[in-house]
Design a protein around this ligand. Structure first.
Ligand SMILES: Nc1ncnc2c1ncn2[C@@H]1O[C@H](COP(=O)(O)OP(=O)(O)OP(=O)(O)O)[C@@H](O)[C@H]1O
Ligand SMILES: [Mg+2]
Length: 373
């Protein structure tokens, strides 16, 4: 898969950007606040329909403007595909080859990206929410249907939470437990499938990157699903177990005003030498854990679909120590993947930038081609 061209209109501070990236490495260079991350975010949004940072869609549109858009042409299995997403008045329209797509699956058609940002680097030490998000982005990449599935779950969850806040009767809540449990079981199954593929790969990638004693493990197992063999349970059994948990916790949930069991309350457990990485890993080790996960994700997508994802790296070189940065840059170069990197300092990414690298200069929301620095 290759990105052939990208166009952003009124996307954050990018008034109008048109570019043709290299099939290999494209490096966007610019000062702080220039618009480098905005450029990556535009591409990430186009390829996933999930904002990289924003919490509200309207944030993606240039201030004081009503609408903005991102469009790109991709080469997929020999055929061209044009994707476009328009954001206007806080809503989104997604188009594939000029036609509005109703279902997410019709939109993506095999486009996948793996992004690597400084926010990812703090995931190990951060909140469970950050790690769930981290996990979910990987699940979505592998199973695009997951986007609709997780939205269905969130919708059911919000309804139940609203009833809890309104102090609805237990009988009334019970009607929602089943809907929520079914939607939740789908997420368990997807996350479990992803972890089956990715867990061992990530541990092995950590061995290559970590330069540290002890091995790493990545584990997902839902909390609060008692008396169940998670690895072996069917989706039906998982739904049953979650429904039981919801029923058992209904009084507690009514007291607190929110739902306390379900995939939205789970965590991704990372360990190093058998100990919790959140509690004990050093900063360098934490970063290596994240890096290994991303490398595993790239390799897993490649092996599952035969296609290398597009890689987006936002200023990560300045966050890694020199050895790990060298590993990453050499890895990127050798992988053959199409990569878009941002940096304030070109010397940090030179190793990833082989022949044919396209260099871009970003300043005040404009992007222009520049000669190799
Ligand atoms: N919706 C928006 N409309 C207009 N400008 C915006 C919008 N959202 C963000 N910006 C502006 O974009 C700029 C930040 O861009 P961005 O985060 O891409 O910078 P950057 O080049 O990645 O900088 P750094 O090197 O510090 O990471 C800020 O000046 C911010 O105010
Ligand atoms: Mg930035």
């Amino acid at each position: 898969m290759k990105l052939l061209s990208l166009e952003c209109v009124r996307f954050r501070n990018l008034a109008r950007v048109q570019l043709e990236p290299s099939p290999r490495a494209t490096v966007a260079v610019g000062h702080n606040g220039a618009g480098k991350t905005n450029l990556l975010e535009a591409l990430y949004y186009l390829a996933t329909l999930k904002p990289l940072r924003a919490t509200k869609l309207a944030e993606l549109v240039t201030h004081q403007q009503e609408s903005g858009s991102v469009a790109g042409r991709f080469l997929l299995a020999g055929a061209e595909r044009e994707l476009k997403v328009e954001i206007s008045n806080g809503t989104r329209g997604a188009y594939a080859d000029g036609k509005r797509t109703a279902k997410f699956e019709d939109y993506f058609g095999g486009v996948s990206v793996v992004a690597f940002t400084p926010d990812d680097l703090v995931v190990v030490k951060g909140s469970p929410e950050g790690r769930r998000n981290f996990l979910d982005r990987a699940v979505f990449n592998r199973y695009p249907a997951y986007l609709a599935e997780s939205r269905a779950y969130t919708k059911a969850l919000k309804s139940r939470n609203r009833l809890l806040k309104e102090q609805a009767s237990v009988g009334h809540l019970e009607a929602w437990n089943e809907t929520l449990a079914r939607a939740g079981a789908r997420l368990y199954v997807r996350r479990r499938a992803l972890m089956t593929e990715l867990g061992a790969r990530a541990s092995s990638a950590f061995g290559r990157i970590g330069r540290t004693e002890g091995s790493a493990s990545y584990r997902y197992e839902p909390s609060r699903l008692e008396a169940l063999d998670f690895a072996a349970a069917t989706e039906e059994q998982l739904a049953g177990a979650l429904q039981t948990a919801l029923e058992q916790r209904v009084h507690r949930d009514l007291e607190r005003g929110f739902t306390s069991a379900g995939p939205h309350a789970d965590d991704l457990e990372l360990t190093l030498g058998g100990e919790s990485a959140r509690a004990f890993a050093s900063q360098g080790q934490s970063r290596a854990l994240v890096l290994a996960w991303k490398v595993a994700e790239i390799e897993n997508l490649r092996d599952a679909s035969g296609v290398l994802p597009l890689l987006l790296l936002d200023d990560v070189s300045s966050e890694l120590d020199p050895d790990r940065n060298t590993f990453l840059m050499t890895y990127l170069h050798d992988s053959g993947a199409q990569t878009l990197l941002t940096t304030t300092d070109p010397s940090l990414v030179r190793r990833a930038a082989g022949e044919g690298t396209v260099w871009l200069h970003v300043e005040g929301g404009t992007v222009t081609k520049m000669p190799p620095p």
